[in-house]
Design a protein around this ligand. Structure first.
Ligand SMILES: [Zn+2]
Ligand SMILES: [Zn+2]
Length: 449
């Protein structure tokens, strides 16, 4: 019995060891699966920081910076992107919306997750003196879109290196004309997000430290539109006003009345802006002009408030001008500058972002962002696909003064490039591995513009 018992006990031990071994094997296997699919946030960042990888992203960004191109004219930028995708072995579609490029990495099948970068520069003379200053007079990458392209190419490189582990397809969207031209709208009309289940995009943020990100769930950037009005009177001698109909005075009253829309008609808890930024009329000290033109922008965080403002801007301009016997016409310029909708972040994707970014940067470096009245044409995507837009810090503590986007002194701290590349890649890859808060993969219905 004793022997038998010992024997029995010995077999049990062997069996137990075998079970333990199998369990260990399973553990190692699942850890390696997790390592390749879920926990690569830190690994991706390390990869993007490797000197060869980093130097390549910097060179891409600098080449684009030296040759800035405006909306729908990004031909050289687009060619550079295609050359880099070719070198990486990534397939793509081109041209879309004139200069747009859309790359594909993964199985070629659903689910599809999209990453977006804008490519256009601004009509601005660069005032920063450095080796890679803009070589095109009057044009500058002063909004960081050169860095956005470099970081999305960085993500493409990482994802291509892990393509065997992708459980779906990553769609890389390089879009033209973010700065007022509605490039995102044209990309959507071309069908680039037709089968896409989620889309991520970001903007560089020079006001927050490199290694930190900011975002929020729900509306994050305002909807915006422009208006221009011509107020017509009757010109004449400035010393004989009774023989004129003075459009300068009428326009002045129009501008004052427009300020009442937000202060007296809008809900104080519903943020809105009406700004008259342009006033042109007259050219002499002693001549009352025939007409004056004024123009500006209006912003709101809901479709209802936006269209209420639009209607009232028109009514106020026409009616107030008529008080001074002037005739006004109002143009909302939406053919050349389509209204930007509100940028709304999906609640489900907010959870996914916090998880992935927290894993990569540490939870303390994933901060909440207050909504801003600026607007962004990524919002067009957020109207048709669950979308998420966030801000990637580029501030370097040791650098001098920080200049905001659209300043001729704007600079990018290139040390931040690996963060954008790794976040893009990690958000997409882990999304495809279903490492996101489960939600129906449908458009979230919302009321925003
Ligand atoms: Zn901009
Ligand atoms: Zn921008």
């Amino acid at each position: 019995m004793e022997e038998l018992g010992r024997e029995g006990s010995g077999s049990a031990m062997v069996f137990a060891k075998l079970i333990a071994l199998v369990a260990l094997f399973d553990l190692v296997r699942s850890a390696s699966v997790a390592g390749s699919k879920l926990d690569d946030a830190a690994g991706f960042l390390e990869r993007a920081k490797e000197s060869e990888f980093f130097d390549w992203m910097v060179s891409v960004r600098r080449r684009i910076h030296e040759n800035p191109e405006l909306g729908y004219e990004e031909f050289a930028t687009s060619e550079l992107i295609r050359n880099e995708l070719d070198a990486l072995g990534v397939t793509y579609r081109y041209p879309i919306a004139v200069t747009g490029v859309v790359g594909y990495i993964g199985t070629g099948k659903a689910p599809f997750v999209a990453l977006r970068a804008d490519m256009d520069a601004l009509s601005l003379q660069e005032a920063v003196e450095w080796e890679h200053k803009s070589k095109v007079p009057g044009k500058m990458h002063a909004c960081g879109h050169d860095a956005h392209v470099a970081m999305l190419l960085g993500a493409a490189k990482i994802l291509q290196e892990h393509r065997e582990n992708l459980q779906g397809t990553v769609v890389l969207i390089f879009q033209p004309a973010e700065e007022g031209g509605g490039g995102a709208k044209k990309m959507i009309e071309a069908g680039v997000v037709k089968d896409v289940d989620a889309i991520f995009g970001f903007h560089v943020a020079p006001n927050i430290p490199s290694g930190t990100v900011e975002a929020r769930s729900g509306p994050i950037m305002a909807g915006s539109g422009f208006f221009e009005a011509v107020i017509g009177g009757k010109g004449g001698h400035a010393a004989i006003p009774q023989h004129t109909i003075d459009p300068i005075l009428a326009a002045s009253n129009v501008i004052v009345s427009l300020q009442h829309l937000v202060s007296r008609e809008a809900d104080p808890l519903d943020s809105q802006v009406v700004t008259v930024a342009k006033f042109q009329g007259g050219g002499a000290f002693n001549v009352i002009p025939d007409s004056v033109s004024i123009g500006g922008t209006f912003r709101a965080f809901s479709k209802e408030s936006f269209f209420q403002l639009k209607q009232r801007i028109k009514e106020v301009i026409i009616a107030q001008a008529s008080v001074q016997r002037c005739i006004a016409t109002v143009d909302f310029l939406d053919k050349g500058y389509p209204f930007f909708p509100v940028t709304v972040n999906s609640k489900a994707l907010h959870g996914h972002f916090q998880k992935v970014a927290g894993r990569m940067l540490g939870a303390d470096n994933v901060r909440d962002k207050k909504p801003v009245m600026g607007s962004e044409d990524f919002s067009f995507f957020s109207e048709v696909v669950p979308a998420y837009y966030y801000f990637v810090g580029t501030k370097n503590k040791s650098e001098g003064p920080v200049y905001p986007p659209h300043s001729p002194f704007f600079t990018i701290n290139e040390e931040a490039l690996p963060y954008g590349a790794a976040l893009h890649a990690s958000l997409a890859m882990s999304y495809l591995s279903k490492d996101h808060t489960t939600s129906p993969l449908t458009v979230e219905v919302h009321d925003e513009l």
